[in-house]
Design a protein around this ligand. Sequence first.
Ligand code: NAP
Length: 497
Amino acid sequence: MLDKTKQDWGAQAAAIEIEGRAFINGRYEDALAGETRASMSPADGRKLADVASCGTEDADRAVVNARAAFESGVWASMAPADRKMVLVRWAELILEHADEIALLESLDAGKPIGDTTGGDVPAAARTIRWSGEAIDKVYDQVAPVPANCLALVQRLPLGVVAAIVPWNFPLTTTAWKLAPSLATGNSVILKPASNTPLSALRIAGLASEAGLPDGVLQVLPGPGGSLGRHLALHNDIDGLTFTGSTEVGKQLMRYSGESNLKRTFLELGGKSPNIVFADANLEKAAAFAAIAVFYNGGQTCTAGTRLIVEEGIREQFVEMVVAQSKKWMPGDPLDPATTMGPMIDAAQLNTVAEYVDIGQAEGASLVTGGKQIMAESGGSYHEPTIFDGVKNSMRIAQEEIFGPVMSVIGFRDAEEAVAIANDSIYGLAGAVWSNNINTAHRVAAAVRVGTMGINNYFGGDITVPFGGFKQSGNGRDKSIHAFDDYTELKTTWIEFE
Ligand code: NAP
């Protein structure tokens, strides 16, 4: 599949059939009110499809279906070994349709086709397969109690779960939410981001084909402010899992408190520190410093946007990272050679441009980039951009920009590096680069984040938990720990006569 050329992908894109209807109770259906929203290509601004825009009445019927499916036990009470087979088959079907799903994701989100074929689609399939394969291997507990008693501690599904996901990794975040929530026996209603509903809609049909019973998974595209809010306030939804901005995450916690205290788990924003000591492998560190910010156009919650560099090498290292940044000039997402695509839309491009102005006004030094390019394409492309001489108190070091903008901050010793790294409302991810094992471990242990790399960035896979400290969220996606977000612990205490 990687042998396809830009022309091949273009031809496939011209012929692709896009499903834009909601997936409700095992069927594709229009929104009850007949509302639609145009899904636009970030690459060139053309319309890809009209997509159902669901309202509160669609949410209500989906909740009724989900509740009925849950209460019937058709999925929740299915033997774990049988649930496993459905999820494994679903993962296989995703891989059988890998090119089509990768293309949908690239068209909808503007992601380079090399990323979606090599990353998003296989990773989503692996997430679903891994969670499915785990469920007949996870045991509950018998507690150490007096001999005349037996105490069982069991994990039970929450019931009906709503999942709300963002546009930056539409398929990946969808898989991170659906795999463990379905594996543990819940019925799930997914609301994709309005910008990127297409891959989730496509894989929902494949789940049905794999044998997932009707009503167990439903996908409702629609606006966050109305549909998403309604789901979050719904009294017959037991759990809410969310990936998105810290601002909306806080709102969802309020909705939970105002309604039925539904279990609410959040994966939110970040402003991650990437700390480079003079004794590191600087070639590798410079390459990864660029990957950490420019991959996915910086529209990555874990982006290493604060490059914190030991003063003695700062000047030299910034030059090396600037050289690396040239490899990330944006291009057509359907060209397999493209490393960075467009921003998701004009509003996001505008946000990036505003922060470039803010950085300059704050006195940081713009060493490369800073401009929109390829405007004639109709897409929202922005150059890789690096600011040096940044103070951690500046807005470009404190606020999540969600674009290809790096802030370089100098430090004198390890204590100062850690203090800078931790001076943030966020605590999602970070990395430290050093060939001194003591420095690397000491700094890694002291930085308050959910995932820390030593001599790598973006390390990890489905086997390890993912999530944030502080205002980067609570709960965890991925690994067996994700099952905790979708289950209640129940104790059954038995006394013998
Ligand atoms: P967002 O604006 O918070 O939107 C995320 C989702 O929430 C979308 O589906 C959105 O719907 C919906 N939504 C918006 N307002 C809502 C409300 N009042 N009630 C219920 N739902 C609502 O975030 P985004 O701009 O799509 O994504 C970027 C953010 O996600 C960044 O902050 C990034 O760091 C974060 N993120 C975090 C992780 C992680 O794992 N920690 C991973 C990826 C992204 P609409 O699309 O209709 O607005």
